[in-house]
Design a protein around this ligand. Structure first.
Ligand code: AMP
Ligand code: MG
Length: 497
């Protein structure tokens, strides 16, 4: 046997470039720092399909090498981890923040030409940890894995989860919990809060550098807009468009983010931060699950107002770049905000029309939609099952259809459908494509996580499989379409930080 055959296979080299583009930003935006590493890292879940879809050169790595890398225990010199600085409005109050328990390891380009970040979460303390231990628990990291992957399968822009590892360490929250690290993939980790951070530095060149970086990374075509203020405005409109799209997706599937702080709002328009999020079972307009959202700020329907609030914070942060004259800058920002508001409401109506199978616009549609939501609320109708029944041409079989009010509504809806022409199977198929049969139901997620924490992974794998094609009827997964029984109901969710 020759010496070369004894050395580690070539495939075991760290497959990413040494530097990330984040390092081209001025130093206030990041700090060099290494993950703490783990005592006994062990892969719990690894997302092979994601690896393949993104052409990530990790799927063939030996498991022990992956476990050491993705726990941050044994990173090669060719990896230069960093923590990002940012700020944010948390429940309305401004705070300087930063990655307190996350490390950016690498940036890579996928087959779609999009550059993405590979980041560890729960990987130890950083200069931004404040009083925190920098750690994450297994339950919340698996929860992020399940829900982010379910969101992706629902066709909703989101950060992705590549892997969850046990660290072999115990952390203390209310009691002892198994420690874990999540590998997160995102189009970038640029947040509204990163711009607020730049604005708070009161350093125009840092703010300009950040904006140039954001444009380059997510909207490179805008770099050609000659007038700087017009470029900033065009960029703001792009970010707003992506966020409006995102929130409408959330409302379409009954998703409640739960902690829409500006540090959790991505410039890329992807969903970020799966702390206390939850899905609606029965429809309650301003439903809140999160234990820390005491005043319903981030309730279901309020997400529409909050995204505009968050976008206003973004516009405020870049005001000095919108126009040399502060008054003109403010005018530009105000006009933009008004347009976003109008656009969001119009787009909400068309999203809801889509759920009801309507292609054309009629003035009476708004009352048709509002009356539907009113009876769904009144009779505590399940959000997912109700829309899916309409999409399955089975409205009359809904349990609520015993109420004359509901029968009336169904008649009105059917008449409205018929006005658009023949009500064909294709029209119901189009409705099925926007009204999922299955969502990650809170009680099912909790049950799978409880098993996983006890070391039984089978229920979690079945749940992941049930959520992989959520718009397709599948008799094998009928149980996953069911709402909770009164005993199974989850009433509160927790951040798990
Ligand atoms: P989040 O509520 O997850 O968006 O986190 C808000 C801020 O708290 C971020 O700066 C996090 O990095 C930080 N943070 C959350 N948990 C921890 C922890 N266990 N240790 C240190 N920082 C944390
Ligand atoms: Mg966060």
């Amino acid at each position: 046997m020759s010496a070369s055959e004894l050395s580690a296979p070539a495939s075991v080299k760290w497959p990413f470039q040494t530097t990330t583009s984040w390092r081209t930003l001025p130093t206030p935006f990041w700090s060099d720092c290494s993950p703490a590493g783990a005592a006994a890292p062990e892969l719990v879940v690894f997302n092979t399909p994601l690896c393949e879809a993104l052409n990530l050169p990790l799927a063939d790595m030996p498991r022990d090498v992956l476990a050491r890398w993705l726990s941050g225990s044994d990173l090669p010199d060719t990896c230069q981890p960093l923590a990002q600085a940012y700020a944010g409005h948390q429940f309305g109050g401004f705070t300087m923040l930063g990655d307190g328990r996350a490390h950016l390891l690498a940036e890579f380009e996928g087959p779609d030409g999009i550059r993405r970040d590979l980041q560890l979460k729960g990987s130890g303390r950083t200069p931004y940890s404040r009083g925190g231990d920098g750690r994450a628990a297994l339950g919340p990291m698996l929860r992020e894995f399940v829900i982010s992957e379910a969101m992706a399968a629902l066709g909703i822009p989101t950060s992705r989860s590549l892997a969850v590892l046990r660290t072999g360490e115990t952390l203390w929250r209310d009691g002892p919990l198994p420690g874990a690290v999540l590998t997160r993939i995102a189009a970038s980790h640029l947040r509204v809060g990163t711009f607020e951070y730049a604005a708070a530095l009161r350093d125009r060149s840092a703010l300009e550098a950040l904006l140039t970086y954001a444009v380059q990374r997510h909207d490179p075509d805008l770099a050609d807009v000659p007038e700087p203020g017009a470029r900033v405005l065009a960029w703001l409109n792009r970010v707003a468009e992506r966020q409006i799209d995102l929130i409408l997706h959330w409302l379409r599937v009954g998703f409640i983010h739960g902690v829409m702080n500006t540090d959790n709002t991505f410039i890329s328009g992807e969903t970020l931060d799966y702390g206390p999020c939850a899905f609606l079972d029965e429809f309650v307009p301003n439903k809140v699950f999160s234990s820390i959202d005491r005043h319903g700020r981030y309730g279901f329907e309020n997400q529409k107002r909050i995204i505009l609030w968050n976008l206003a914070r973004l516009a405020e942060a870049v005001l000095p770049l919108l126009d040399e004259d502060p008054k003109d800058a403010l005018d530009r920002a105000r006009t933009a905000l008004k347009n976003w508001d109008t656009r969001l409401n119009a787009r909400w109506l068309s999203m809801m029309r889509g759920k009801l199978g309507l292609d054309t616009e009629r003035p009476e549609d708004e009352s048709l939609i509002k009356d539907l939501l009113a009876w769904m609320h009144r009779y505590e109708a399940d959000y997912t099952l109700t829309f899916r029944a309409l999409a399955d041409d089975a409205a009359e079989r809904l349990p609520e259809a015993r109420h004359p009010k509901v029968q009336d509504w169904i008649r009105r809806w059917r008449a409205r459908l018929a006005e658009e022409g023949p009500v064909t199977a294709a029209r119901f198929e189009a409705m099925q494509a926007v009204n999922p049969a299955r969502i990650p139901r809170n009680h099912q997620v909790e049950a799978a996580l409880t098993s996983a924490e006890a070391g039984h992974m089978a229920p979690l794998r079945t749940l992941l499989a049930a959520l992989a094609e959520p718009y397709r009827d599948d008799p094998a997964y009928t149980a996953f379409a069911q709402p909770p029984t009164p005993d199974e109901r989850v009433v509160r969710t927790f951040c798990g930080t």
